[in-house]
Design a binder for this molecule. Structure first.
Ligand code: NAP
Length: 280
């Protein structure tokens, strides 16, 4: 069996096209501030991609790049200025931050109403309790990718490998909210292979190339690979794609799967933030 490709760019376009259409007639533009501290090359690439997509679609975007040695208090002061800027509806702090900065303190300085990455405790708590809030863009994108397949989430067994606050945990909670039975795996899970093989929906967010091989996939399963690692200069996921596509029913490629969805959901969250802020 050869799996059907889940094309992240196509699903992302289906999210972004209606937003672009609405912007044609909108009087206010959604505003996104991107804050980058230091010179991590990958972070610069990610922020550059987000900035480019914002410009393409017609958002107001501000990129703030601070020196790696910037004191934590100055980073927080910058976020607080963004909180008070009515042209900015969403704030994204690119992680990781330099080691001398406490990421949690910086994230918590973002006003929850502008936390379009869904990383503040308030938004994480809202997701946990099923209340409205912003959901981490990558996790929200993963759910959209699963929904783009004909496989029913309700009643399915979803296995999520990786339990970070930014991808694995929110993805698991979203699938649970959609009535999947969810198993959340991590580095200390025993017999990962056997658990993964039970999954109707398998989400992998670890950062280890070829962690998931074909013997870990149930025939016909939906496989969503959020992993991104560089191997010989090439971007690769956590799933051994060549093997897995012979067993899975639906599978995301890397690149071109989860990545474009992260940006699309970030922009969708920023639009939602603008609507909430301008009508309240
Ligand atoms: P992270 O914070 O490092 O978390 C990795 C998770 O994987 C942890 O929960 C860890 O378990 C688990 N893990 C590590 N080794 C494992 C193993 N052998 N078996 C099972 N679980 C294992 O990473 P993250 O931020 O969630 O990111 C995960 C991947 O997604 C990375 O490759 C990252 O680059 C990628 N990512 C992609 C996008 C995108 O837009 N495409 C966005 C965000 C992240 P413990 O908790 O036990 O340590």
């Amino acid at each position: 069996m050869t799996a059907e490709l889940i094309r992240g760019r196509v699903v992302a376009d289906s999210i972004l096209s209606p937003i672009a259409n609405r912007l044609d007639t909108a009087t206010t533009k959604p505003g996104l501030a991107l804050l980058l501290v230091g010179d991590d090359p990958a972070s610069h690439v990610y922020v550059g991609m987000k900035e480019k997509k914002c410009r393409e679609i017609g958002y107001h975007v501000e990129k703030h790049v601070l020196d790696a040695a910037t004191p934590e208090a100055d980073v927080i002061a910058r976020v607080e200025r963004m909180n008070g800027n009515s042209d900015i509806h969403g704030i994204l702090v690119q992680l990781p931050l330099p080691k001398h900065i406490d990421e949690r303190r910086v994230i918590e300085s973002i006003a929850p109403s502008k936390d379009v990455d869904g990383f503040t405790k308030e938004n994480l708590g809202a997701l946990m309790s099923g209340e409205p809030g912003f959901v981490a863009a990558t996790a929200a994108g993963i759910l959209e990718l699963v929904k783009s397949t004909p496989v029913a989430i309700e009643g399915s067994h979803a296995v999520v490998i990786g339990r970070s606050n930014v991808v694995g945990k929110p993805a698991a909670l979203l699938l649970l909210r959609e009535h999947a039975t969810v198993t959340l795996c991590h580095s200390r899970t025993r017999d990962l292979e056997a658990i993964a093989r039970q999954a109707d929906i398998l989400v992998v967010a670890v950062g280890r190339p070829k962690l998931v091989t074909s013997n870990m996939i149930k025939p016909g399963a939906v496989v969503i690979d959020a992993g991104t690692s560089k191997v010989d200069g090439k971007l690769v996921g956590d799933v051994d794609f060549e093997e897995a596509k012979e067993v899975a029913g639906y599978i995301t490629p890397v690149p071109g799967g989860v990545g474009p969805m992260t940006i699309a959901m970030l922009l969708a969250n920023t639009m939602k933030a603008m609507e909430i802020q301008t009508t309240s």
